[in-house]
Design a protein around this ligand. Structure first.
Ligand code: AMP
Ligand code: ZN
Length: 467
């Protein structure tokens, strides 16, 4: 298998530390709100990574953390406390907020056929281990204590920026929105390992420590949870590209300082889902797109998975309802074609090997899921394959793709004629609006309403849903 390694900035052959086994760590969600579909794009691709490794015969042990404590708004340990913000917004305790959104996250994962990692670790379950870890860093001289907080001193690491490949000045420029003046820091990129003093007097999650009552910084949880569950070395650490310059950079600095060894062999990063105008999809922008919202708009969640798998994980994907609608139409057709294959008494022949090999080489080529889906279409139209073989291959590919192609069919959300009709009406309305014929535009909207279809203009395009 070949895979892109952010650390070396090239595609490399994947060779695990221990033959046949893969240790994999994923940065989990911050549970102060629902995951947006951008976050879930990253989790879908990570799921594909795990399932690809398993398909290729590796025994994968995967760990994910749940950030249920602190996590200040910016990656640089500054800004507002996200958990506290969620609690105030919803009039709940921070613990209730964390539990609610953790459950909601796994509910979304289930809908998207994302497999639950073998170990899911809550950040708040490892407080004693963070304290031990910080004590270890302190003994080795990597920390300093200022104004009530323990900081990591990045000047102690010559290789601090090795993951991003940036120099410190560039890094500071790149992060200028994040890095506010903290007069207590010796270097702008230093980060807090343990807070006893922050702007948040009413921080509810607090623990005793050798430095006073307080709470851990954000980056520390991933280092400690992975060391505890996977040991001092691991094969693959994954997350979204936003984590490269700060979160993962800081994880490496503190972990390798603590163990004195190289930590992660392959750093894997998924690119962003963006808005049609190129903006970042983000939870802080107010209304954001969730799986629930897609469902409310009549989409089967697996349509979103299909949509995501048609793009490569290292390319940005600009989301729009138009493109999702196209994916829906293709997905429904695909599902209908699979449904139309009747089980037969034929037996398997070596014909299947060619397709299995083609599929494996696509996913083993830095996870080329779009090409893998093309192989699936090749299977559907192949005259040389009998129905038993076709169904066998679809089931085989589904171990990785997980598109729900063989699961009993709940009614497909919309018929093709219905979609075509609505899309045509929306198109006509858009044209009417362009021509400033607002009367016609309103008539079209009312006509759709009469037929039980509501339309709404959003930043991502016109969406419609059944009333
Ligand atoms: P968070 O809950 O904010 O810690 O993010 C969870 C995961 O989603 C992380 O791996 C982020 O890197 C990733 N992520 C955040 N925003 C996006 C986005 N717009 N598109 C894809 N992945 C994202
Ligand atoms: Zn992390």
């Amino acid at each position: 298998m070949n895979i892109y390694n952010t650390l070396t900035r090239k595609i490399e052959e994947f060779i695990p530390i221990e033959e046949g086994k893969v240790k994999m760590y994923t940065c989990g969600p911050t549970v102060y709100n629902y995951a947006h579909i951008g976050n879930l794009r990253t989790y879908i691709h990570e799921d594909i990574l795990q399932k690809t490794l398993e398909y290729l015969g590796y025994d994968v042990k995967r760990v994910m953390n749940i950030t249920d404590v602190g996590h200040l708004e910016s990656d640089a340990d500054e800004g507002e406390d996200k958990m506290l913000k969620g609690a105030i917004r919803e009039n709940k305790t921070v613990w209730e907020v964390a539990q609610y959104y953790t459950d909601a996250f796994f509910e979304d994962c289930k809908k998207l056929n994302i497999k639950r990692p073998d170990i899911v670790a809550k950040a708040t379950d490892y407080i004693d281990d963070y304290i031990e870890f910080i004590k270890g860093l302190e003994e080795k001289g990597f920390t300093y204590f200022e104004n009530g907080n323990v900081y990591f001193d990045i000047s102690k690491r010559e290789d601090y920026t090795k993951l991003s490949g940036m120099n410190l000045d560039d890094l500071q420029v790149a992060l200028r929105d994040d890095v506010t003046e903290d007069v207590h820091k010796r270097n702008p990129q230093d980060f807090v390992l343990w807070f006893t003093k922050s702007k948040f007097e009413n921080q509810a999650m607090k623990w005793d420590s050798p430095w006073g009552v307080g709470y851990p910084g954000w980056h520390i949880e991933c280092s400690v949870i992975s060391l505890k569950n996977l040991g001092n070395q691991m094969d693959i650490h994954c997350g979204g590209v936003d984590h490269i310059p700060v979160h993962h950079t800081n994880e490496i600095a503190q972990t390798e300082s603590y163990t004195g060894e190289k930590w992660v062999k392959y750093w894997w990063h998924s690119e962003f889902l963006i808005e049609p105008d190129g903006g970042k999809m983000s939870k802080s922008k107010g209304e954001f797109l969730t799986v629930n919202l897609l469902e409310k708009n009549g989409f089967d969640s697996l349509v979103y998975r299909y949509y995501v798998l048609n793009s490569h994980y290292r390319k940005q994907l600009a989301f729009s309802f138009d493109s999702l609608r196209q994916a829906e139409s293709a997905y429904n057709k695909l599902k209908n074609r699979v449904k139309a294959i009747k089980a037969s008494d034929d037996s398997l022949t070596e014909n299947v090997d060619k397709y299995k090999n083609a599929f494996a080489s696509c996913i083993a080529d830095d996870l080329n899921t779009a090409n893998a889906i093309t192989v699936l279409y090749d299977v559907l139209k192949a005259d040389e394959l009998n129905n038993t073989e076709k169904l066998y291959l679809i089931e085989n590919f589904e171990n990785v793709l997980s598109l729900g192609l063989l699961t009993a069919d709940e009614t497909l959300s919309h018929s093709e004629e219905e979609i075509n009709f609505i899309e045509e009406m929306i198109q006509k309305r858009t044209e009417a609006k362009k021509n400033k014929d607002f009367k016609l535009a309103d008539e079209i909207r009312d006509e759709l309403l009469k037929q039980g279809i509501q339309i709404k203009d959003t930043r991502e395009g016109v969406v419609w849903s059944k009333l």
